[in-house]
Design a protein around this ligand. Structure first.
Ligand code: AMP
Length: 199
């Protein structure tokens, strides 16, 4: 019975357009997968899309591979193309959960512009909050190729410099909700569903 309730989609949330914001290693990807299944919307991870392009060695992949390995951000214009193409696909019409985009203020403006073209807007931005030491520990333990400690530190530096300003940006627009990402996975999910349900 409890398991049944766990799997049941949160029907009222269909059409939800969410952004997961937070530093690398905070668990956004994990939460994005779980939440997207519960909400019945696609999880869109720009990091995953770029890694797929690198694996395919297509034109985009060749362009971004080096930047990704260094821990820096791919340029906003390239990311705008990637995100525009994905958000105009039919499945994103019923809502979506963005993981890893936007990461800069210009990207946030681009996102608002793309959504505005079809009279859509974001419903909520969930900030997954985790302290830096915990992030480095987790990322190194995860052992992804771009997760060597110095690269992790660089990605955190880039996060603070380029992405953290988005917290104030979305707070100002009344969209930001903060979740303690150091809690166990199921607890973080429950908290997020609570917030989304009450949106
Ligand atoms: P992630 O898996 O979200 O941590 O993304 C992995 C890498 O892909 C990042 O370190 C960036 O190099 C690149 N990337 C992903 N999303 C973006 C974005 N929105 N803007 C710029 N670069 C991105």
């Amino acid at each position: 019975m409890a398991a049944e309730a766990e799997r049941r989609p949160v029907a009222a949330c269909n059409g939800t357009r969410l952004v997961l914001l937070g530093p690398p290693g905070a668990g956004k990807g994990t939460q994005a997968q779980i939440l997207a299944a519960r909400l019945g919307v696609p999880a869109i991870s720009t990091g995953e899309m770029l890694r797929a392009a690198v694996a395919e060695a297509n034109e985009l992949g060749r362009r971004v591979a080096g930047i990704m390995t260094s821990g820096d951000l791919v340029d906003d214009a390239t990311m705008a193309e990637v995100v525009r193409e994905r958000l105009t696909k039919e499945d994103a019409g019923k809502g979506f959960l963005l993981d890893g985009y936007p990461r800069t203020l210009p990207q946030a403006e681009t996102l608002a512009g793309i959504l505005g073209e079809t009279s859509r807007r974001l419903n909520m931005v969930l900030l997954v909050d985790v302290k830096e030491d915990e992030l480095v520990r987790r990322a190194v333990a995860r052992g992804r190729e771009d997760d060597r400690e110095e690269v992790v530190r660089e990605r955190l530096r880039v996060y603070r410099e380029k992405t953290e300003p988005l917290i104030g940006y979305y707070e100002h627009r009344g969209l930001l909700r903060v979740v303690d990402g150091s809690r166990p996975i199921a607890e973080v999910t429950a908290r997020m569903l609570d917030l989304v349900g009450g949106a």
